[in-house]
Design a protein around this ligand. Structure first.
Ligand code: SF4
Length: 167
């Protein structure tokens, strides 16, 4: 893989963007509002994942079968989504915890807070079989709100960075 498409390069870029423009971005009223909204949406998705039983199923499966967060999944992340994680207070890993899994899989699960659609929305066959359909539909509606906010935030940040010739 070309170094510029490696996850290490994108992480370094995200840190650089945060150091050079983080404060500038946080002064934008719309970005601040969307970050706040995203945090609330993520909280709501996790709450629903716990109450619907998805978290319990995933934990049980991870112990018995291993995590489904496979190697290479990190490649769907770009520097803007990584920057958003930094803006909401996450630290990005400098190396993979387990080289046979996704780069962002830590000892206790995913290290990211703002995540790609595939990571937020993925429901495997075991979950589809063991959890009521109505509960899963409700969960997907709530997760959809998180993804909508994330999309708007990404667009807004990209516009600001493009305006400065950085993307
Ligand atoms: S949820 Fe996190 S650890 Fe799992 S594939 Fe997505 S980014 Fe990687």
């Amino acid at each position: 893989m070309h170094f510029k498409s490696s996850i290490e390069y994108k992480i370094a870029l995200a840190y650089q963007l945060q150091a050079n423009f983080g404060q500038d971005l946080l002064q934008d009223k719309e970005i601040r509002g969307l970050l706040l909204q995203l945090n609330q949406n993520i909280e709501a998705t996790w709450k629903e994942m716990v109450s619907s039983g998805v978290v319990r199923e995933c934990r049980d499966c991870a112990v018995k079968e291993g995590s489904c967060c496979g190697t290479g999944m990190e490649n769907s992340y770009d520097e803007v989504l990584l920057l958003i994680n930094l803006l909401i207070g996450r630290t990005l890993p400098r190396q993979a915890y387990d080289t046979t899994s996704c780069y962002f899989l830590g000892e206790n699960g995913c290290l990211l807070r703002a995540r790609e659609v595939i990571c937020v929305n993925y429901l495997c066959q075991r979950i589809s079989r063991s959890i009521q359909k109505e509960k899963l539909i409700h969960l997907q509606r709530i997760a959809g709100e998180e993804l909508n906010t994330l999309f708007m935030l990404e667009q807004h940040i990209k516009k600001r960075l493009k305006g400065r010739g950085l993307l």
